[in-house]
Write a protein that binds this ligand. Structure first.
Ligand code: 5GP
Ligand code: ZN
Length: 139
């Protein structure tokens, strides 16, 4: 299903041109218009799902498989030293385009961008952690 007013539906389905590096019947991978690093790409399903809550598990699995294929290839081409996979869900998490997508962000050792995706580790209260763990358990 496509959504009429969704920019990523148009990009993923070729209605608006992109710098596409891979495409099959389910997904398109194209370069991000505002790259975090050289080679930053997005894996975008052709059907519309707003986020991780909505996407079909099979399509999610396909996105992961395509991400691996692209990363294995692009690492050789770019000569990068690592990769971050980033996938934002909800405004609070930094999502700005509400059509599911996975960021593939190459990382380069000599670049001063270590804080691109990082946080300061917090303190853990053992009692709280145990209660939290209990509340989150899935049988
Ligand atoms: P989000 O913040 O939703 O996880 O990421 C949205 C991403 O989409 C951003 O990295 C932004 O640069 C990229 N983006 C937004 N509009 C376009 C566009 O029209 N073309 C391309 N190639 N990327 C876009
Ligand atoms: Zn869409």
């Amino acid at each position: 299903m496509k959504q009429d007013n969704c920019i990523f539906c148009k990009l993923a389905n070729g209605d608006i041109p992109t710098n596409t590096i891979f495409e099959d019947e389910d997904v398109r991978v194209f370069l991000d218009a505002g790259p975090a690093t050289k080679g930053h790409a997005l894996v975008v399903p052709k059907n519309h799902y707003a986020d991780i809550y909505e996407i079909e598990p099979d399509v999610l699995a396909k996105v992961a498989k395509v991400a691996q294929k692209v990363i294995r290839h692009a690492t050789k081409v770019l000569g990068c030293d690592g990769y971050n996979l980033v996938q934002n869900n909800g405004e609070a998490a930094g999502q700005t385009v509400f059509h599911f997508h996975m960021h593939l962000i190459p990382r380069y050792k000599d670049m001063d961008n270590r804080n691109l995706i990082s946080w300061t580790p917090g303190e853990v209260d053992e009692g709280e952690a145990k209660a939290l763990c209990e509340s989150l358990k899935i049988e």
